[in-house]
Design a binder for this molecule. Structure first.
Ligand SMILES: [Zn+2]
Length: 143
């Protein structure tokens, strides 16, 4: 069953009517079996919703999709962070220094390191042949 909101073009009456399907509506319309409840006119059309309302609802679901996508990405990043925290040593601001000491002094570490580095640091490290990886980081209350 499908409910259509119908508009009589003659007397401007707006009323709801049930049909088995949209096909049935088209069939009845062709056979001139749909008429106005008030004046009996056959000039009855489906009353279209205001486009503004339609686009508003579209925007809303799009926004929901974006939020969902973002939350999925955030979840992945947090999982990644967990892995890094368990397998790497945090060296904070000393990242560039620690990275160099591993590279130049062959300083032995059981774990890799992670920490903060500026873009300039990363560029210099790269020029010195020290491989670093940038990863997205989510600051949260568990940090
Ligand atoms: Zn009417």
């Amino acid at each position: 069953m499908i409910r259509y909101n119908l508009l009589c073009k003659k007397c401007k009456l707006i009323f709801d009517s049930w049909f088995a399907s949209s096909k049935e509506y088209d069939k009845l319309k062709k056979k001139k079996l749909i008429n106005c409840h008030s004046c009996g006119s056959l000039k009855v059309e489906k009353n279209l919703m205001a486009p503004r309302l339609i686009s508003k609802s579209l925007t809303f679901s799009d926004e929901k999709k974006h939020v969902h996508k973002y939350q999925k990405i955030k979840k992945t990043i947090i999982e990644y962070q967990k892995f890094i925290k368990n397998n790497f040593d945090y060296v904070g601001e000393n990242f560039a220094y620690e990275a160099r000491s591993i590279h130049y002094n062959h300083k032995k570490r059981n774990k890799g390191i992670y920490g903060k580095a500026s873009k300039k640091d990363l560029k210099e490290l790269k020029e010195e042949g020290i491989d670093t990886h940038m990863i997205p980081w989510v600051e949260n209350e568990n940090n």
